[in-house]
Design a protein around this ligand. Structure first.
Ligand SMILES: Nc1ncnc2c1ncn2[C@@H]1O[C@H](COP(=O)(O)OP(=O)(O)OP(=O)(O)O)[C@@H](O)[C@H]1O
Length: 605
């Protein structure tokens, strides 16, 4: 596909793209498609055979009975046996058709969903920042379902095409005039489809966009449910959601109306064909060009074609939506900006790692220059505090340390190796970033800490909990490590959640720990205990900590002071306090804010 942005495909391309999409999906699930298509073909063959049997019974039983008044019992028995046998075969083949179609569709859906989510995980943070979660959910659900919609009726439609080909062969051998009537049906069928596709494609595109929008609005409203409630914005949020769902409803009704006009027209075609075939057949019968048996058989064939031909209408009717869905999936799959990992996994002795920033600059995709010419080192086993006013670039530096993103200039090195050269497992095992907003999975405490990483047993989990100051509260939980913590850890306090995410990082025994304001919700005394414990433990990791509290900052071996994305001062806390006024002002302001907060808490308690 040339365009990957989910735009409405031109009508001329739609059929080609839709068929290519179907071809791709058949290549994904050839066996299940083969089962469904084989079932459909056997089913249509039995349907055609019934036409033949009925024609034969009319010729061998009904006509002699009418003319001579005698019933040929043997012929009746053969007819009944043939009809019963084909009924059994029809039942079995219909099962194969339906099972093959359903299994194929769900397998292909699972395939696309895996591809899309794998891609999401490979794409950089900058890509995710531009794509709302609701839209991503819509890509993985609504778009995947839209792309695979033609698969449900596909084997039936393939069987129908087979049926038409066989029927055409029969018509041609019986009489050219009857064959002509059948042939005339197909140009009408394709003209109808072209008209439908022209009108449906832009509507289908809009409907898929709106599905994504509804999903994004819904996700945001549910995610921010507490803010919505606290601010009394329920009505406004409901109206916002209602507006987008109503637009989606109208778009879907628009597509439905078109289908409602298209499908009956397709279904009506064979009925018209049957009528025409009867008229032409009668005329040909009277001239002696056709026998009565042939006339009955041909009329019956036209009438049994009426229903299956709808399956072609269903597939064609789903094509515009499926092409739009597939384009939206391809848009995700083709998204660029992968973070390639290197091949280097240097040997180490398990002791703390050295982190080095060498003339690092970073600009966000929108052009905001967050970091400029930053150089400093966190020596092995040392603690460095990053201090700076809001927006000075602290979180950006923390993200660069853990390689959530790459610098636009300069290099970040761990133990002297550029982080871009390290393998992903090596980097993940070496460096742990703990962010201010903790993310807790809807699972047990144990699973949240271990995250299926090898070698993390209960002993290590309890040790990590102790280092993070979380062992006591986890020990007090009714089910201990087996306690389910709810979605995003809703059953825990903010400070408890932060301590669990810190313990999760520590359980992996990283050699470099990056704390981005990761203990802000923890009591200041406990925070100091945790950080001084980390600093003094025997297997101490190097620590880069974004800090706001004086006690935390004072624990650091060195302070790096950031202003507007640049380092404007470095030294110990005492040196900067005495010699760098902007630093002294900021730390004093932090201290006052902290004192006021504590006073407020004490007076409200
Ligand atoms: N996703 C983003 N896209 C564009 N600009 C961003 C993005 N994230 C941060 N910035 C900008 O980069 C600069 C540095 O932001 P950063 O979050 O690193 O600062 P910070 O020192 O951690 O701030 P705070 O103390 O408020 O957390 C700011 O000007 C900010 O507006």
């Amino acid at each position: 596909m040339t365009s990957l942005d989910g735009t409405a495909p031109a009508t001329a391309n739609l059929l080609r793209q839709g068929l290519r999409n179907i071809g791709d999906m058949i290549r994904i699930e050839p066996k299940r498609f083969a089962i469904g298509a084989f079932g459909a073909m056997v089913n249509t063959a039995t349907t055609l055979f019934v036409s033949y049997v009925i024609g034969w019974v009319v010729g061998q039983v009904a006509v002699p009975a009418y003319e001579n008044g005698e019933v040929a019992v043997g012929a009746v028995a053969i007819g009944v046996a043939a009809l019963l046998g084909t009924s059994v075969l029809r039942f079995a083949s219909m099962c194969a058709r339906r099972i093959g179609a359903g299994a194929m569709m769900f397998q292909v859906q699972a395939h696309w969903r895996r591809q899309v989510t794998r891609r999401y995980l490979a794409l950089p943070v900058s890509w995710h920042q531009k794509h709302p979660t609701g839209t991503l959910l819509s890509n993985a659900n609504a778009d995947v379902e839209a792309a695979t919609r033609p698969l449900a009726p596909l084997p039936f439609a393939v069987g129908t095409i087979f049926m038409i080909i066989v029927a055409m062969g029969v018509f041609v051998t019986i009489d050219w005039a009857i064959a002509l009537v059948a042939v005339c049906m197909f140009p009408v069928l394709f003209t109808l489809n072209a008209v439908f596709a022209t009108k449906a494609a832009p509507r289908a595109k809009r409907a898929q966009e709106l599905r994504a929008e509804v999903s994004a609005v819904g996700h945001e409203s549910f995610d921010g449910a507490l803010v919505v409630k606290a601010m009394g914005r329920e009505t406004a949020e409901t109206e916002r959601f209602t507006a987008s769902t109503e637009e989606l409803r109208d778009a879907m009704i628009g597509v439905g109306r078109l289908r409602a006009a298209f499908e009956p027209a397709i279904a009506g075609l064979p009925e018209l064909g049957t009528l025409l075939a009867l008229l032409v057949g009668l005329a040909r019968f009277e001239t002696g060009a056709m026998t009565l048996e042939e006339l009955v058989m041909v009329s019956f064939m036209f009438s049994v074609l009426a229903f299956p031909i709808r399956a072609i209408g269903w597939v064609l009717g789903d094509l515009p939506t499926s092409v739009v869905g597939r384009r939206r999936i391809d848009h995700v799959l083709a998204a660029a900006g992968d973070m390639e990992y290197g091949e280097n996994a240097p040997e180490h002795d398990g002791r703390a790692a050295k982190l080095e920033f060498d003339s690092v600059a970073y600009a966000y995709p929108d052009g905001t220059e967050a970091i400029r010419d930053v150089s400093f080192t966190v020596k092995a086993g040392r603690t460095v505090a990053l201090v700076g006013a809001t927006g000075s670039g602290k979180s950006t530096l923390a993200s660069l340390s853990a390689r959530l993103t790459d610098p636009t200039a300069g290099a970040v090195r761990i133990d002297g190796v550029d982080v871009r050269e390290l393998t992903h497992p090596h980097l993940a095992a070496t460096c742990s970033l703990v962010q201010q907003i903790p993310f807790i999975f809807d699972d047990t405490v144990r699973s949240n800490l271990a995250l299926n990483r090898p070698g993390i047993d209960d002993t290590r989990i309890w040790a990590a909990l102790a280092d993070a100051g979380a062992d006591k509260f986890v020990g007090d939980l009714e089910d201990g490590l087996d306690t389910e913590v709810g979605e995003r850890g809703t059953t825990l306090s903010g400070g408890q959640r932060q301590r669990l995410t810190l313990a999760r990082a520590l359980a992996g025994q990283p050699r470099l720990l990056v704390l981005d304001d990761a203990t802000s919700a923890v009591d200041p005394k406990v925070e100091s205990q945790i950080l001084s414990g980390l600093k003094h433990s025997s297997d101490a990791a190097s620590v880069l900590v974004v800090a706001y509290r004086r006690a935390t900052i004072a624990l650091a071996d060195e302070v790096v002071f950031l202003d507007g994305g640049r380092i404007t001062a470095r030294g110990t806390h005492a040196e900067l306090l005495a010699g760098h006024q902007p630093y002294a002002d900021l730390v004093t302001a932090y201290e006052q804010a902290e004192a006021e907060r504590e006073f407020d808490e004490e007076t409200t308690a």
